[in-house]
Write a protein that binds this ligand. Structure first.
Ligand code: ATP
Length: 191
């Protein structure tokens, strides 16, 4: 069976935290690839994305184009309404069939919120949820026992922080891929 990673997110914008998570998952769990899936409208986030769906898709495309093992899927953007991960995984299982085993990757902040997601019990059954944790730590929360811990050097970069830095005129180089930074500048995003 082929092991395939899925990384869902708002990607407003994608940053090195996402790329390092994907790389570590490929390395440690021997995945064939990681599919980045930008959410149309993330139901569990307080505020809506700043960049449009097509801008976020473009940025994810640019961020993933550097590594042939990184792919971008627009399935959540093509589906009307909010993006529920459980529905995405069901759609992928149908499309990919039993030959692919799905590993859904997330940061530990997302694991803490997992009980507020749609049908979390079903989600942890139909895929392997993988959670990035600091070396020596263990996953926390209601689903801690049902997830695979992925030890990695956690870096404290977030999309929120990058948007803030752009707004304040601070540099974002090294925090996002060069092509993503160029796109943000060209489109005048987050200013
Ligand atoms: P925001 O700051 O807008 O909340 P974010 O940086 O968390 O955004 P998302 O697109 O929401 O980015 O994240 C997608 C997934 O990547 C989530 O599961 C999140 O936990 C994980 N993630 C985000 N940043 C990191 C990081 N620095 N290290 C590991 N995982 C991360």
């Amino acid at each position: 069976m082929e092991k395939v990673g899925v990384l869902g997110g708002t990607f407003d914008p994608p940053h090195i935290g996402h790329l390092i998570l994907a790389q570590e998952a490929i390395l440690r769990l021997k995945l064939k690839e990681v599919n980045f899936i930008p959410a149309a409208y993330p139901p569990h986030k307080g505020c809506s994305p700043i960049a449009s769906p097509s801008q976020r898709l473009k940025m994810v495309d640019l961020a993933t184009s550097e590594d042939p093992r990184f792919k971008t899927l627009d399935i959540e953007l093509r589906r009307p309404g909010p993006s529920y991960t459980v529905e995405t995984i069901q759609e992928l299982r149908k499309a990919w069939g039993p030959v692919k085993e799905i590993f859904f990757l997330m940061g530990s902040d997302s694991l803490r919120e997992l009980s507020t997601w749609r049908e979390p019990e079903l989600l942890v059954k139909i895929c392997q949820v993988v959670v990035a944790i600091r070396p020596g730590q263990s996953p926390q929360g209601r689903f801690a026992q049902e997830v695979i811990p992925l030890e990695m050097p956690l870096i404290g970069v977030s999309s929120t922080q990058i948007r803030e830095r752009v707004r304040k005129g601070e540099p974002i180089s090294y925090l996002v891929p060069k092509a993503v930074e160029a796109y943000i500048r060209r489109e005048g995003l987050y200013g």
